[in-house]
Design a protein. Structure first.
Length: 274
C-alpha cells in the first residue's frame, strides 16, 4: 500500500486532468443515489479515498450545509484535492479538509460521521472486509455508507489492445499488475460484503460506465497517468516513434471502438443500531 501511495503521489496531476473526467458520471450518479441523505440537515461526511477531491468538491457544491473530511493514503493526491477545492469552492473550501490515512485504519473515533462515501477505492484496499468494518465503526448508528467501484469484466478495450501490440513491436515489456486487491466479482458479492461488515438495508446494483476517448486524449491518459513511468523511462526518439505508431493505430479505430465501457457497482447500507 505504501508503494501504491507513492505512485499516486507522482500521478496526482495526471489523475485530475485525464482520469477524473472518465469517472465523473459515476461520481455524479453516486451523489444522486445518496441525495436523500445529503440534502437534509447539516451532515458530517467522510470521503474515503478522496483522491483529488472530485467527489467531495461535487458534494460541497451541491449541498451548502455539508462538511467533508477526505482521507487518502497519498499526500500528493491530498495536496491536489486541497488546491482544487480552494479553486472551485472559494471561501466554502473551509468546509473541506483532508487527512492522510488508509481506508482500513481510519484515525477517527467511533460514530463521528453521518455519511461515508467512496468512489473507486474499495477495489484498491488490501483487505476490503476490514475497510468496510472501519467505515461502519466511524458512522453513527443509522449512518449511511455508499460507494461505487469496478466490477470484474473480461471485455477488452480496443485502444488498450493496440497499446499492447505496439509495445510488443517495440520489444517493451508492458509490466505487471497494478497492485489492486481486485474488482468486485458481482453485484451480489458487493451486497454480501456489506451485510457481513454489519450493515443493514443493503442495496447494490450494476451499471456500465462509458467514456469516449479522442486520439489525443487517450495518448495523454497513457503518458501523463496510466503509463507515466514507462514513457518517462524511454529516450525521446523512441518515445516519439512509439507515440507516432499509437497515433496512427488509434486514428484507424472507430468512435465506437474508442469508447470505453466498463461495468461498475453502486452499493450502500446503513449502520444498524446494534
Amino acid at each position: 500500500m505504501t508503494e501504491q501511495a507513492e505512485r499516486y503521489d507522482r500521478l496526482a496531476e495526471g489523475y485530475a486532468t485525464w482520469w477524473a473526467p472518465v469517472l465523473a458520471p459515476a461520481v455524479g450518479r453516486l451523489l444522486d443515489r445518496a441525495a436523500a441523505w445529503l440534502g437534509g440537515d447539516a451532515a458530517r461526511v467522510l470521503d474515503i479515498g478522496t483522491g483529488t477531491g472530485q467527489l467531495a468538491i461535487a458534494a460541497l457544491r451541491r449541498w451548502p450545509d455539508l462538511s467533508v473530511v477526505g482521507v487518502d493514503a497519498s499526500g500528493g493526491m491530498r495536496a491536489m484535492a486541497d488546491a482544487l477545492a480552494r479553486q472551485a469552492l472559494g471561501d466554502a473550501a473551509g468546509r473541506f479538509r483532508t487527512e492522510t490515512a488508509f481506508a482500513d485504519g481510519l484515525p477517527f473515533p467511533d460514530a463521528m460521521f453521518d455519511i461515508a462515501l467512496s468512489s473507486f477505492v474499495f477495489q484498491l484496499v488490501p483487505n476490503r472486509a476490514r475497510a468496510l468494518r472501519e467505515a461502519r465503526r466511524v458512522l453513527r448508528p443509522g449512518g449511511l455508507l455508499a460507494y461505487v467501484s469496478w466490477l470484474q469484466d473480461d471485455r477488452a478495450f480496443a485502444p488498450d489492445l493496440l497499446f499492447d501490440e505496439v509495445l510488443e513491436s517495440f520489444d517493451i515489456d508492458p509490466g505487471g499488475p497494478d497492485g489492486r486487491s481486485g474488482d468486485l466479482p458481482s453485484v451480489a458479492r458487493a451486497a454480501g460484503e456489506l451485510r457481513r461488515a454489519g450493515f443493514a438495508e443493503v442495496s447494490a446494483d450494476g451499471e456500465v460506465l462509458e467514456h469516449a476517448f479522442t486520439v489525443e486524449g487517450y495518448l495523454a491518459f497513457l503518458t501523463e497517468f496510466d503509463e507515466e513511468s514507462l514513457f518517462e523511462e524511454l529516450d525521446p526518439d523512441r518515445r516519439d516513434r512509439l507515440l507516432a505508431a499509437m497515433r496512427d493505430g488509434l486514428g484507424r479505430l472507430s468512435r465506437d471502438e474508442m469508447t470505453m465501457r466498463v461495468p461498475v457497482v453502486f452499493a450502500s447500507g446503513r449502520r444498524s443500531a446494534r
